[in-house]
Design a protein around this ligand. Sequence first.
Ligand code: SF4
Ligand code: SF4
Length: 443
Amino acid sequence: MSYLDNILFAILLIIGFGFFASSVKKIIRNINLGVDVNRKDNSKARWKNMALIALGQSKMVRRPVAGILHIFVYVGFIIINIELLEIIIDGLFGTHRIFAPYLGVVYDVLIASFEILAVLVIFAVTVFWIRRNVIRLKRFINPDLKGFPKSDANYILYFETVLMMLFLLMNASDLHLQNVPDPVFHKAGSFPISQFIAPIFNGMSNELVVLLFEVFWWLHIAGILVFMNYLYFSKHLHILLAFPNTYFANLNPEGQFDNLESVTKEVKLMMDPNADPFAAAPVDENAAPAKFGASDVQDLNWVQLLNAYTCTECGRCTSSCPANQTGKKLSPRKIMMDTRDRLQEVGKNIDANKGVFVPDNKTLLNDYITPEELWACTSCNACVEECPVNISPLSIIMDMRRYLVMEQSAAPMSLNAMMTNIENNGAPWQYSQQDRLNWKNEN
Ligand code: SF4
Ligand code: SF4
């Protein structure tokens, strides 16, 4: 590589990482639009969750075929990135396989394992493509997965295949030049896979093979930088966010709902005959009026917003949702995708208005998620249980329902009748307090 190449490479790296850093900044800003919630407790259990679920993929393998194939892709992604470090150093300083002399035989083992992983990744990605496009598993063709999200999954599969092929072709041309021999391409590495590809370069001039090596090298590294920046627009953000998401996930038993603090305070006041309603904290006149539940993304907490960015759109939640299975409009995957779409929309609004959100007459409720979807939920927690990265679509559904009930009195008729009965009779039935045992006489 010439000095000019090294400089060009440095510029490419700065642009690639610069764009990526700006996307990360936007994601953090958007997540912080959410209401605060304390997830600093019990760090031991949180680290354990992250190690088992994000790193160990423990929930992925509950569906073994997809789970094991996903492990190939995931381990391939993590381990091959070690080689990326070497590629970056070689690109910046014009060296050739700089780690080889320092690592000796370990280097050979590493390169060999990268190559085997590359083949496993290509195999896994091919099976994933067949499951999506030929077998057409129901969760991949559900109506809630349409438009860009549907194509996004395929784009990534193509991308990963091309990157792995470029990686193997780069190694194969390198191996050919090492065997010629060429003074720059000194002997380094062990190539169990690309040794079978290298013969395609036989009969070509050294100059041509060097040129091809450089083309593969540049396309490979440029492809990785493009991939990294594509993540911001894609469901594949989960390869980064699965770690914080599992760390900050709710540790309470599924089914244990949190109480709204504002409601708890009011109930305490109502129940305590000695309570002085004016003894509360001094009123801050500038504070936003308390809002019960959530109608837009800013009313959700930051973990729910992190959930939305982490969703892999795998559809395991929707495929196990009893409401969806029985033909209701609800899809927990769509709840997460809608939340992310709305959050992105709010983020763009803030970017366009010098850092301030200008009301756009839209909300997550109604413009993205309808009351019909929300009321179809049985609150069974199957979606939470199934999610491979510990996302809770149910918590968003419940907060939006709370808004409908407490801010808009817009519960379905049957629920309104029950709530009125509880308010008047202390029980869900229409009998007065003294007749409350009448329920057992009903058929
Ligand atoms: S909690 Fe609601 S959304 Fe989740 S699986 Fe059950 S019915 Fe579906
Ligand atoms: S919420 Fe979880 S299970 Fe549902 S689509 Fe997203 S990642 Fe998959």
